[in-house]
Design a protein around this ligand. Structure first.
Ligand code: AP5
Length: 249
């Protein structure tokens, strides 16, 4: 299975098709990844996508991809969304929901999905529940990654992301083979604008206010799977597979 699958339909919207279509799997996993910014959701999503065959669907990646588009191609709502994001604030629910609804084909995908960064508020979770019900799709679970704040801040300050395929590295804990160059596609590794200290603080506050209540929402729905995010990415990955009962997947 490809380490980095094509996500054109998710990143660019319904006008694009994926070069590498998802394999039809007997067991399409449909999961949400929850946890504070920097806890390691994107890193786990990359490992899970490779093992489970489900596509990594990150709303943050869609906004970052839009940032690279020509200014005149952006709708007014998307241009405003990018300003919220730069400051570390949450993008308004209607903008996020419109963007996800446009990409509903990715939720229907035969390979399943790993939603990362969505839902972010209880209103978004309710809208997703209604969307999945309309599509007759069932969520398998919500992985809730937990980590002390000091460790989170150190993970964010050393993060570097490939400008091309979006693969994630860390200067000390997951360095690329060649400094500044992506192991997967040779693209340049960049620091995200919202990893500056002032934006990180705003993101943590937004998380505590808007996203943390989601754990209660999914606990009540019987979907919450709490997972300690301490240790190496591989240790956390093994913990996740055990929690999913997916060791042999
Ligand atoms: P988004 O892109 O979703 O960012 P986030 O939730 O802030 O999460 P991150 O990507 O920062 O962290 P992560 O947990 O994925 O960590 P990673 O694996 O990279 O959102 C960005 C913005 O978009 C939001 O602030 C908002 O403005 C907007 N937005 C997006 N969705 C929205 C929505 N639904 N509603 C409203 N607004 C929305 O890991 C971090 C670093 O640690 C990496 O360098 C990694 O290599 C390293 N690392 C990972 N695991 C380990 C480990 N076990 N040990 C040591 N280092 C590790």
């Amino acid at each position: 299975m490809e380490a980095q699958r094509d996500r054109s339909a998710w990143l660019k919207g319904p006008s694009a098709t994926c070069r590498v279509p998802a394999h039809e799997t007997e067991r399409p996993w449909r999961l949400i990844l929850l946890g504070a910014p920097g806890v390691g959701k994107g890193t786990q999503a990359q490992l899970l996508a490779d093992r489970l065959g489900a596509c990594h669907l990150s709303t943050g990646d869609v906004f970052r991809a839009a940032k690279c588009a020509e200014e005149k191609e952006l709708s007014p709502a998307m241009a405003a969304a990018l300003d919220y994001m730069r400051r570390g604030e949450l993008v308004p629910d209607p903008t996020v929901l419109a963007m996800v609804k446009e990409r509903v084909g990715c939720l229907r995908c035969r390979g399943g999905f790993l939603l990362d960064g969505f839902p972010r508020t209880v209103a978004q979770a309710e809208a997703l529940r209604d969307l999945l019900t309309r599509e007759s799709l069932e969520l398998d679970g919500v992985l809730d990654y937990e980590l002390p704040i000091d460790e989170i801040v150190s993970r964010l300050s050393g993060r570097r992301t490939c400008g091309s395929c979006k693969a994630v590295f860390h200067l000390t804990t997951m360095p690329p083979k060649v400094a500044g160059v992506c192991d997967h596609c040779g693209g340049a590794l960049l620091q995200r604008e919202d990893d500056r200290p002032e934006s990180v603080r705003v993101r943590m506050e937004a998380y505590a206010r808007s996203t943390a209540p989601l754990t209660e929402f999914y606990r009540q729905a019987g979907k919450l799977i709490p997972i300690s995010a301490e240790g190496s990415p591989e240790e956390i990955f093994q913990r996740t597979l055990t929690a999913l009962g997916a060791k042999g997947a």
